[in-house]
Design a protein around this ligand. Sequence first.
Ligand SMILES: [Zn+2]
Ligand SMILES: [Zn+2]
Length: 364
Amino acid sequence: DSPRYNELPDKSFLGTADFEKTCPGHFLIGSCENGHRFAKEIYCFQEWCPRCGAKWSEAHQRKFSRWLPKVQQMRQLGYLVIEWPLASRFRLRSKAALEDSGRMIKRVLSGEWEIERRRQRGERVSRQRKEDIRAWWFPEGLRRWHFFGDLVKELGEGMKSLAWVDKASESSPGGQGDRYNPHVNVLVSYGFITRGKFRRIKRALRAALQEPDLIVHYGYTREPARMIHALKYVTRATFLDGMWAPDVAASIYNFHNAQVWGKWDGELAWSLDELEGEPELKDLPDPLAVESLESGICPRCGKPLDWTGPYPIKVLEGMEKQDLGAGYCELEQVRAPPGMDLVMMLKAAGYFGPVIIEGELCGN
Ligand SMILES: [Zn+2]
Ligand SMILES: [Zn+2]
């Protein structure tokens, strides 16, 4: 896995003025044994950072890119949205409560919860039976919290391209704008769902989370372009201002918002090439390179990358580079402003290529 430097703690969690000055403050240089070199900008990933929280920001593109290879293994994509009634949302105002509920949802949807319940009731669950139970549920899935959002609007407008099983009107009121409305988004490899199955899923979630009025929505699609849209939607930031819920903002600092379960070693069900010209792909310059860089692999030759740094972001401005999107670029030559200290810094950063200072080529 790639180094998670971007999840280094950042001390300021509410001061937006600080974010503007510091994000991204640093970058890393990654190089493979064949001399391919890349720069990775370090982002704070806080949802209320003006830079990271913006729609289709570098942070958003990275979250999208990490999940994309998994979504590409889905022939159909099922999308569950799990929402709490207004009267219960106060219970979800701490990191611990959000983590517990998130983990419980994963346990239910993966089938683990049913297996455990049966055992608790004294039932003997054979290995085969366990596999059958897991297969009935969702053996693979991805889940992520949104903290704000009007679900009636989201499902009716933002996500209307999916086929929804229930009318969003049964969504709980008071989700508008800046009102705290934590809900879990889950992506699974599944399509049309029968009423009976959906009812059973809702029942299990309500029992496991001890919330009899829990609201569950389900939608699905078979079209890759719509899957991409859903993935963008789920990975976006919703906590756009720390002051909307300062107690929650302080509590979820360094919160691991996303969870993935199951085996994801299947074949790709569709490729990005099939989607050429699709407007959903327009703004991600090189999705395959970003995917590869996110997992620490050189996108040019497949060798592992060694990362050095962090270096101040100013140094990157002077480098000749090609933008790959999501805050990554490929480095070629370096054009440095006058001053050998910069050359020394680059060498310390692992760069031994040619450096041009005011037009003259310096060897190493
Ligand atoms: Zn940021
Ligand atoms: Zn390489």
